[in-house]
Design a protein around this ligand. Sequence first.
Ligand SMILES: [Zn+2]
Length: 454
Amino acid sequence: MSKNRNAVLLTIDSLRYDHTSMAGYKRDTTPFMSSILDQAVSYDLAIANSANTPGAFPTILTGSYLLGREDVPKLSGKRKLISEILKEDGFRTAGFHSNAYLSTFYNYNRGWDQFHDDVGGEAMDAEPEKGSSKRIKEFIKRHDSLHSLSTILYAKTKGLPIPFLTAEELNDMAMDWLKNIQHNFFLWVHYLDSHNPYYPPDEDMKAVLGKTVPKARILKLNSKLRKCNDIQDASTLSNEEVKELIDLYDACIHHSDRAINDIMDRIKGIGHYDDTIFIITSDHGEQFREHGNVYHPSQLYDEQMRIPMLVKPVKVDVKTLGTGKGFAQHLDILPTIFEALGVKGEGLDGISLYNSIVTGLNPPERKGVFSEVREGNVKVIAYRTLDKKLIWRENGKHELYDLVKDPPETDNLFGKGLEFEFDFIKAVEEHITGLKSRGDLSSAISGLKLKKKI
Ligand SMILES: [Zn+2]
């Protein structure tokens, strides 16, 4: 390790890039993140390598492709988490969050000196499979009953039934740990405030919407949203209700931005700003019926794939700070942190962006990036270049989009005889072959039948 170098990874659940100030959104949802652009590089084309929490986090924390592991949602020991690698290298490590999918039950507790997942250590004692899934069900049930109870009592309490730890609580826990650490630490905090249900604090609604939405209305909207499990359910929401949900979501983003501001200020306050690399990103975006759904289902369209990614390097030289050109992806997080810290990383699927961030030189050129998800049992791989995207499915139901002519991805060009179709299929099949050849793909992928170019 390099002396006196630390890393902080701040992840925000369900934050889509096009709703941030960096992307030029109509509302100033992330004023703090925008304010540090003279210190940090923001990527305009940062791509999530999967579409939901259980898919994205193994990639974020191990630096390897989802389909290469076959251990989702429960992590095997096949790939080390960043916490394990850095701990072995002498770093002090801590992770704080409140997302059940990233809990001890799913083996995310490895390699941390301190780990708080809000589900508690009970999952560790539960009987494997049966007992643990029961534990998760209980967790969800607890939140459901909390929700119903609070719905009944809201008039009395005027409170909102927030089913997770708030950013403020997580920041306090993280700082409690960090205040006693001198140097060489890795801290991960994952915020759920932008994840549904959307319960923004009044001050964030005022800042973003110029008003507060009555608590009764917030509860009603979220209650309707909770019942939407598929496209058919989502179609029962009126356009006005979707608009109102977006209002709440935007205010929640502002809340997350305040949380980032708070923790970075506090880390600065204890003297660890200049010797620390900060990466701020999200695990995936969010859908508001752009493709029929709400939440973040297993779909690989841009509203879920494009995420914010900001990197504040260890020592900032404004004259040579990078421009954020080119792709960034979850897979690049580990190599980038490792290069900043002088730590050796092996077998990582991404590339380090660090040199380009501190020198201003362009990062190594990439034609495109891959994102992976499972729709039920069907493996789905998206290959996205600057201007086009193929969504490849094992069952042959592919989609192909021209992102310049058709940014909303509604005009499927697959099978229309376009010349680039072959090259995109070839890129996905080579990606699968690559995973197979290094023994990473233990289960078969069907649907590989590359045709000869005509
Ligand atoms: Zn998530």
